[in-house]
Each structure stands twice: as structure tokens, then as C-alpha cells.
Ligand binder design. Sequence first.
Ligand code: SF4
Length: 418
Amino acid sequence: MTFHPDILCPFCGLGCGDIGIDLDDSGIAPRPSGCPQADRLFRRSAAVPTDARMSGTAVSMDDAIAEAARLLAESHAPLIAGLATDVDGVLSALTLAERIGATVDHERSDALFRNLAALRRFGWSTTTLAELRNRCDLVLVVGPDPAAAFPRLWERWVVPEPAFVPDGARSVVFLGGEPLPETAQLLGGQIETVDPGARDLAMLVTGLRTALAGRAAAGDPMTELAARLRAARYTVVIWAAGLFQGPQPDMIVEGLVRLIRTVDGTTRCSGLPLSGADNLIGANQACGWRTGFPLRTGFDAGLPLHDPERFDWRRRLQDADVTLWISAFRPEMPEFSTNGTVIILAPPEMTITPEPALFIPVGTPGIDHAGDVFRADSVVALHAGMLIDRGLPSVAGVIGRILAALDQTAKVKETAGC
Ligand code: SF4
């Protein structure tokens, strides 16, 4: 058995680089990391089926590539979604989308667009995980505990003593949400809660903004919190918009953006909007580099067009006659229904009922092949190495072969004068 220390974890977007992995003939297994996602997703068997499947029947990779190219070439309204892959995989998917006139979106883009809606309207002031760890003396957590989606957030970025806070002390205040038991255990006496019932998060944020403006009613508990924000040296306001419940979650984000701007006028205050599992941020960055637009961009008019409503993958599913679903990080996918044909690129561990028209097994970035992923705070691209060779291609490799097959078909048609 070989032990690999300090392996980068590519899953939730926090970019923990301290995972210990045991490798032997049976596969890889993580040493307990304190993270349920890493402990589950790093466990992979060496012996997995590497055959592609067509309606459940094993076929060669050559046949699967040819069939994928045929289906996508004949499609009138293709959709490329899921998009959970490394940066190279996303760039390949964008090339394919441009070629066939497809729409592209990431499975988890809801959380991203809740934030982008506010960013578009007002701009914002955000910070990084490193600033959170080293400079912040007051953490304001708005809504549900982000550790539900980013399990080691507190351990990695808040428990360590801040390097640049004079006495090293900091407080963590939960507004409208409660710490998970693991968070409470880690942060202990640092935690305070304000209205953990979260009756209406938007109203709580509005109440705090009213208090900051000096217009709160006498005895309003927000008055004290507003005073603390004003007195802190550096407040970081953290939220995970993907965890917000209820209508118009983007309005909560808008309230936070305005609140941060108010406090930042007299002392330092920044936001840390967390969204980014399965390289969501990298997919959005790559889409921006290639098209000038964020995700939810379509190429059906021959040029990239962006529409956050129309090109939401859940909406496009209704019209898509072929959906190429990409899920390279985890062997699971959301439930969805479509009348069109479905092609899935995913790890071989994924079990799907009913079987799609085509299933092509792919490796996971950071496990079966090297790949780049973006951290959830958008500022760092991380390179994840390869751990095990199971003969699984990357998403970029598979899509590259599909593109080559499309080229070949086009040449044959050209030669035949079609
Ligand atoms: S917190 Fe995120 S990056 Fe860290 S080990 Fe867990 S899944 Fe991986």
C-alpha cells in the first residue's frame, strides 16, 4: 500500500489540500478527513467497468463516440448541462456547444445566479478565504450554516488564529440561521446567534440595514448587531445562496450587498458569497473567457447569447431533443425528466434508472487524471493531480473525440457533395 499525503480535494470548492489517500491494488481510500464529501467521493475501486453502454448494452468506446456524434449532429435543440468537470472539460464542452448550437449550463448554477443577479444590478465588494482567515475579526453568517455545503469551512478558514488581528480574537455571529452541531463543537464560545428561527431572512437583513441607518425601534436587537458591525476592524459577511429557502433569494443577496456597502464606508466590510461545488466557478470563468458571458449561454443563433432565465438548464430540458449531461466529479445526478435523448458522461460508479440512450464512463479530475478547478472564492485556480489509472478518459478527451467524429462526418458529406 502507498500513502499519498496532502492531496488536493476538488469537490466542494474550498480546495482543501491536506487529504491523505491510501492506494493499493484494490483502489484508493481516503484517511478520515472530517469531511463527509471527501471521505465518500475519494473512495474508488480499481476494478470498474470501463465499457460504454447504449440503452444499457455494453458497446466499444469507438461505437459510443460515433453514436454520440450522430445524435448531437442530428439534434435541433441540443443542451449541454451538468457541466461538472475540470476547466479543460468545460472548454471542450463550449467548443462542442458552439459547433452544434447547444445551450450550456452547470447543474449548480442556481446558487451562482442568485449572486450574479445582485452583482449585475449593484456591483459588490467581496473578499477571499485567505482574508477571512487572516484579517477578519467579526464573521457575520447570514442564513443556513454554509458548512452544510462546504463542510470544512470553519475548520480550515476560521478556527486558525488570524495572522493580522492584533489580539487574535474574533466572533462568529449567525443571523437567521443556526450553526450545525459540528460547527458549534468547532467554534464553541466564538459563536453567537441572532434570531436563529429565520422566519424571513430578507426581513432580518432589512431590519439590520434599518438599524445601521439609525432608524431601528428602541430595544430592537438589530441595534446592538449594527453597532458591532460598525465597531469591528474587518467584518466578513458570509452566505451560501444555494441554501436560501423561499421566494426571491436574490433579494436577500441584494440586501446584503447594500448592507456591506454601508458598513464598508466607515470600517472594512466585505462579502464572501459561497457557491462553487463541482467546479461551478471554473465553468463560469471558462464560459466568460470563451464567450464574454457567464453560464446559461446558448449558441443556437450562431452566436453566443446569454439569458439567465431562458437558458437555465431546467427550462431548456423541456425543449431539448438531445441532452449531454456531464458529471465527472460524483457518481450521482439530479432527478430530471425530458422527452429528448440523454447522453451521460459520468464516473462508472454511477447507476442510472432508466438507462440513458448512451452512457460513456469518464474519470474524475484529481483522481483519474490531472485537472484544474477553481476555488469557491473565484480567485484561485487549483491543479489537482492524478491518483490512479483505471483506463478512464477525461471529459475533454471524450468530447475531443466527438468533435473529431463530427469533423470526419462533415468531410465525408463534403466529399460526397451533400
Ligand atoms: S470541505 Fe470541500 S474541499 Fe475540503 S475536503 Fe470537504 S469537499 Fe473537499
